[in-house]
Design a protein around this ligand. Sequence first.
Ligand SMILES: C[S@@+](CC[C@H](N)C(=O)[O-])C[C@H]1O[C@@H](n2cnc3c(N)ncnc32)[C@H](O)[C@@H]1O
Length: 375
Amino acid sequence: VTKLAERLKARIEASGPIGVDAFIAAALTDAECGYYATGEPLGAAGDFITAPEISAIFGELIGLWVAAVWRELGEPSPFALVELGPGRGTLLTDALRAVDRAVPACAAALRPVLIEVSRPLKAAQAQALATVWRGAAPVWLDDFAHVGAGPLIVLANEFFDALPIRQFVRVAEGWRERLVGIEAATGALTFVLGPLAPPPPVEQAAEAAEGAIVERCPAGEALAAAIAARLAVDAGAALIIDYGPRRSRPGETLQAVRRHRPTAVLDRPGEVDLSHHVDFAALAKAARRPGVAVFGPVPQGLFLGRLGIAERAAQLITHAPAREADIAGRVRRLVHPGRMGVLFNALALMTAGLGVPPGFASAAETAAAPSNALQ
Ligand SMILES: C[S@@+](CC[C@H](N)C(=O)[O-])C[C@H]1O[C@@H](n2cnc3c(N)ncnc32)[C@H](O)[C@@H]1O
């Protein structure tokens, strides 16, 4: 039993079961015992590996995406490049190196802003950036809301999946929220059902059969809406990449991972990673407002293909033929439908009235083809 589990139990004993969202928030970001606040979760030695950690091509292509979007925005100078939850700083480092090489004027205008709650990861990010970046000093903030006014490009890879969700269970009489309580016999944390509640305001609630769980991420929806509100005022764009379906559907996706293996969600809070499948349709809906164009979601394999991942890999292989199998294997892992190519999706937001960001179809096409057309 972890120290955080003991603290959560004391809280539940004092005031009753807590929401799954409150459990996740404590387990991941509690300043003293939270998983991200204390550990070094990413990489081969950690608990999971993300796309930028698989191949530098991922971050490089996103860097070129940033430079292309910057041109589309009218080359604002300065502009903030905001990354939400930069992990070990790998994506940003690879992206900045690519921007610097390909479009120096964009690098000169760029002000890196890193949104991060984890102290050890902030240190890792600073170290990683110092190896490549000679431009404006990076700034760390712990909340997107604190990003100052002005043009901005926002990146988020595997960030929304770490935000707290609420879960609702369809029962015979209606809906109940799933909560975290204490099992009387063992004293362990367990799921319990709350009182009857109104239906959760998500599309997938309508198709939920009795016993089904539907999830909602109010924090993710609020963040998507906040980013869109900024893009309606300041020229800018956002690129959100994460795992989750293009079409909302019922089902529990909350999962715990430790050392690359699934584990129980309620065991060892603070010591295991918790994440859920991002509901892209809900994010797109939350972001839709006058003055903002929404693009996608597009499957990661298609998105990276359109950005030229095959050409970039071929170029690297020409320079380092001995690494062919390694490079090809890593690219395959990012784009193959059986790996990250389809489960992961990319969604873009951009100030309305500009062009189409690289990797996406036109806004009209996106609107004409419902987000589930590709599934
Ligand atoms: C799954 S990791 C992804 C890291 C990185 N983007 C990558 O792709 O490798 C989630 C990141 O978001 C940070 N994070 C999680 N919740 C956060 C929150 N509420 N506010 C700010 N950062 C958060 C974590 O510390 C970590 O850097």
